[in-house]
Write a protein that binds this ligand. Sequence first.
Ligand code: ATP
Ligand code: MG
Length: 412
Amino acid sequence: MSGSVAPISDDAEQKTIRLLLVDDIPETRENLRKLLFFESDIEVIGAATDGEEGIQMAIELQPDIVLMDINMPGVDGITASERISQQVPFTQIIMMSVQGEADYLRRSMLAGAREFLIKPFTSDELVQSIRRVYQLGASRRRAMPVTQAPAGAAATSEPLVRTSGHVVSVFSAKGGVGCSTIAVNLAIALQQNEAIKVAVVDTSLQFGDVGVLLNLYASRTIADLASNADELDDELIADVFLPHNSGIKALLAPPRPEVADTVTPALLTDVIERLKMMFDVVIVDTGSVLDDIVLNVLDLSDKIIVVTTPEIPAIKDAKLFFEVTEALEYERERIMFILNKADRRINIRAEDIEANIKYPIQAQLPLDERAVTTAVNQGVPYVLGNKSGLLTQATIQLGTRLLELLHSQSDD
Ligand SMILES: Nc1ncnc2c1ncn2[C@@H]1O[C@H](COP(=O)(O)OP(=O)(O)OP(=O)(O)O)[C@@H](O)[C@H]1O
Ligand SMILES: [Mg+2]
């Protein structure tokens, strides 16, 4: 043992990541220690043998990260994570499991875990995951004083001066509800105001549709940034954006699904942070899976447009997603819930959905198969090709409302 002492400093850059292990199997604890031993930026500050001890040690030691086994006798990983999330909110949890079932993943996230590692994993996977989650936590900690007044203090009169643009993600837990269509048309609707710069980014990495909807040939995509991840700068990023004749700029998804893996959550975080300085509004189309790519995008978003349609599976999935956002403590005002494909002939009305989900629907876009089909076939988004249509009008209204909400949010 070198016996070196971790520098105690608040300086985020230099800080050692303090990690607590929670696993009931002694060999696993030993292996994890070995895997992490040579990482100079990670220090294992303790190891608990069950959930109960894990909670106690997390409260005492206030680690940056808890590496938690999901299956343990007594208090299991899910319950322990819930308690730790409540009592030590700055601590980030990475859940480990031998099972990769979706239900485990969902329950872990509801309990507050930020990542899910399936055993056996390599030391590289482990270390990457720890650093990623730590960074996410660091950006949250930095964000805290701005978004939350200290308990008991009167709301500060100092306005929050924004120097950067807004990130707006379009998300649905259910596929096929219209996220990509809305992302593209909303971006163009906002760009009608020539004074602002609008970008659309496709983070639906495997099967992104933004290029097709805008009729842009994917000569450059986000994958080009992945291959230059070490020397990323604003110029390089600006280069991979494709201009669209509406005035918006588009960053497309990789051309082939197998290339998607080269785009890491850390890269995407870096890119989006920089885009805030380059554009006034960045609309991000996301995939419908809650993986770390999407969670990172949602974390970075000033506004999350959650899309549903008047169909039971879509409504059910929206409801589940709201449970996740509550567990992740996303502020309600960061979410804008909208109904797409609204249709009078269908007897599920907006009021019924609101009553079921307990979230107000803030905008509705009508079903108009003709407008969207023509748009796709001609490669001209409906906001441009069908200017007087109701769907276009509703999309422009959505844009106006969105800007109002973003402005009132940054004035708070
Ligand atoms: N308002 C609307 N009226 C009619 N059809 C619509 C409307 N919005 C979207 N659609 C259609 O619904 C289908 C799914 O739309 P889109 O691809 O935008 O959804 P998505 O949520 O991005 O899907 P995916 O999960 O595949 O990414 C498309 O065929 C699209 O043309
Ligand atoms: Mg899509």
